[in-house]
Write a protein of this length. Structure first.
Length: 449
């Protein structure tokens, strides 16, 4: 063996790296934080294989997306099976939902996962060929509370890690309204076809929505002037998006509408979102291109995570209807920001996941919104809690509460939401008492000390 070849063998393959203890401890800390928040908010862990059948991702991510076209690692086994290293975690989660009949569980099913994913990309800072993601999925929920819960949990994770992010939101409509927008987009870009970059010429033919993904400086002026989905969105999608935004307002989560946000996969419908930062460490998300307005403070726009609603994915995959939403956080990029913070070691104030002692019941939209922010007070008070954000009937939720064997249920209806009160119900005796929320919290805190 020549010495040059030998030297190559002593290096990891391009786009991969070893993580030593100092880096691993940061990664573990991020994963632990994410896990603890997710399980507190009702998500259960799922692990899926690192490889899947080669055909699984093609139609579901979109044949003409970058990932499917040029970034998957596909291979044949010695037995002749065509397999692929998983490039993302949503499709496997949906596959698992059907494989294990999770449709028979109480809906929605809330899952989280953590692990390595593989894409044959051009390696650069913050972009690897094997990278780590933490993902959240809510399967079987058509209401905006799904996106809101996922966004809420992600932003709490960022906050706990001390990372400042801005949240960008957009809607891509559904199969009713998106085609009109697409038609307008194509008509607009046709007029400028000759001036588009090479990739955009290809995108124009294969997948016009991706035109809005282009990072080439010369294409930016077209992106800025292109027709926006928000102008074409149908009444149902508009109402849904409005609900998402109302959740953001009631959670006091600032956001920016980004009409150019389309994300990399075809499976998204309606809401899409991204958490971006302009951190000085520049775990760079994308090459070149002018900074987006949210990055106007000077740094480059770096994507730390993103997701959205994907109501049609299950149709493509299993021929079944399943409304769902999810997100994935880029652990490698987050780790670069966390490790660059000197006071990092002092922040690990986490909570144990314990058996829930209290079940939080909501009745109606106003209560649902309040409860998403209330849960954070309970988490801080270290009260193990369970809830079902999607169930609307008192009966159904009480049944779930007794099944879990909790000692107390907290009930918030329209009236309580408006008055800032909540009903405490002793599940054994059935006795109920209405208290101001803060008092109820104090009482339970003492109880579970
Ligand atoms: P995506 O699955 O493409 O929606 O990506 C979700 C998040 O994962 C992004 O916002 C990035 O933070 C991270 N990510 C995606 N691709 C890579 C990669 N090749 N290397 C490192 N992080 C990545």
């Amino acid at each position: 063996m020549g010495s040059k070849v030998k030297r190559e063998l002593l290096k990891t393959p391009r786009g991969t790296r070893d993580l030593l203890e100092s880096e691993l401890s940061v990664v573990r800390k991020i994963q632990k934080t994410a896990q603890e928040f997710s399980s507190y908010y009702g998500f259960q862990e799922i692990q899926t294989p690192h490889f899947e059948h080669a055909e699984l991702f093609g139609a579901s991510l979109g044949e003409s997306t970058d990932v499917v076209e040029k970034q998957t690692y596909t291979f044949r086994t010695r037995g002749g099976d065509a397999l692929v290293l998983r490039p993302e975690g949503t499709v496997p989660a949906v596959r698992a939902y059907f494989e294990h009949g999770l449709g028979s569980w109480p809906q929605p099913v809330m899952l989280y996962y953590s692990g390595s994913f593989f894409r044959h990309e051009s390696p650069q800072k913050g972009r690897f060929r094997e990278f780590n993601q933490f993902g959240l999925e809510i399967l079987g929920e058509e209401l905006a509370v799904a996106e809101a819960t996922i966004i809420r949990v992600c932003s709490l994770i960022f906050k706990e890690l001390g990372i400042e992010t801005s949240l960008e939101l957009n809607t891509l409509g559904d199969k009713e309204c998106r085609p009109t927008w697409k038609k307008e987009l194509v008509a607009f870009y046709r007029k400028h076809f000759e001036k588009l970059c090479k990739d955009c010429k290809r995108r124009f033919k294969e997948n016009p929505l991706r035109l809005l993904d282009c990072k080439e400086p010369s294409c930016q002026e077209f992106k800025a002037k292109a027709p926006q989905m928000l102008e074409y969105v149908c009444e149902e999608c508009k109402a849904h998006f409005k609900e998402v935004l109302e959740f953001m307002d009631s959670l006091e989560l600032p956001y920016r509408l980004n009409p150019q946000l389309v994300r990399g996969f075809d499976y998204y419908t309606r809401t899409v979102f991204e958490f971006v930062t302009t951190g000085k460490t520049e775990a760079e998300g994308e090459t070149g291109g002018p900074a987006s307005p949210s990055a106007s403070q000077g740094g480059k726009r770096v994507e730390l995570g993103g997701g959205g609603r994907y109501d049609y994915l299950a149709q493509v995959l299993a021929g079944k209807d399943l409304a769902a939403a999810g997100a994935a956080l880029g652990i490698d990029r987050i780790a670069e920001l966390v490790s660059s913070r000197p006071e990092e070691k002092d922040r690990a104030q986490l909570l144990k996941t314990e058996r829930p002692q209290v079940f939080l019941i909501q009745l109606g939209m106003a209560a649902k919104r309040k409860i998403l922010s209330l849960m954070e007070d309970f988490r801080k008070a270290r009260i193990p809690l369970a809830q079902s954000l999607s169930k609307d009937s008192l009966r159904g939720q009480l049944r779930l509460a007794s099944k879990l064997g909790v000692e107390f249920s907290l009930i918030m209806g329209q009236k309580e939401a408006l008055e800032g009160t909540i009903i405490i119900r002793n599940m054994d005796s059935g006795m109920q008492e209405t208290l101001p929320v803060a008092k109820a919290l104090e009482r339970l805190k003492l109880k579970f000390k």
